[in-house]
Design a protein around this ligand. Sequence first.
Ligand SMILES: N=c1c2ncn([C@@H]3O[C@H](COP(=O)(O)OP(=O)(O)OP(=O)(O)O)[C@@H](O)[C@H]3O)c2ncn1[C@@H]1O[C@H](COP(=O)(O)O)[C@@H](O)[C@H]1O
Length: 115
Amino acid sequence: MPEAARPIDALEETIRQRAELAAGDGLGKSYTAKLLTGPLEKLCGKVTEEAGELVEAALEEGDDGRTHFIYEAGDLLYHTLVLLRRRGVDLAEVESELARRFGVSGIEEKASRSK
Ligand SMILES: N=c1c2ncn([C@@H]3O[C@H](COP(=O)(O)OP(=O)(O)OP(=O)(O)O)[C@@H](O)[C@H]3O)c2ncn1[C@@H]1O[C@H](COP(=O)(O)O)[C@@H](O)[C@H]1O
């Protein structure tokens, strides 16, 4: 991982490199490359599965439950980043969407959609 890089940025870069590898047919032993080139439904299914595992872990108590919850959050973030790459979306674009929402209350935003 490059020094000073946030792990999530370094992971996004690795996934981008795996996409290039996959495009060049150099799949090798890369799980990421397989997710990027396999059926989209399979990748979507993994995201759903990991989200389910995360919410199950959220209900576990104690330190072990907390550790498991963090582990599952990592799995979901990784698979979500792979799905973003597959749709050609950069993490920065999601961050921009989050930035756009700063200062907008979730309740107000929901009300504005039902007008
Ligand atoms: N962060 C991750 C990461 N998190 C989770 N996973 C994989 O995601 C899978 C999680 O799925 P499951 O727990 O359901 O395990 P499984 O049953 O074996 O998975 P399936 O066969 O059902 O797909 C496991 O195979 C994990 O190893 C990850 N695989 C890769 N990365 C990162 O991506 C980099 C590149 O990995 P490769 O593409 O494999 O070289 C790695 O160095 C890591 O930094």
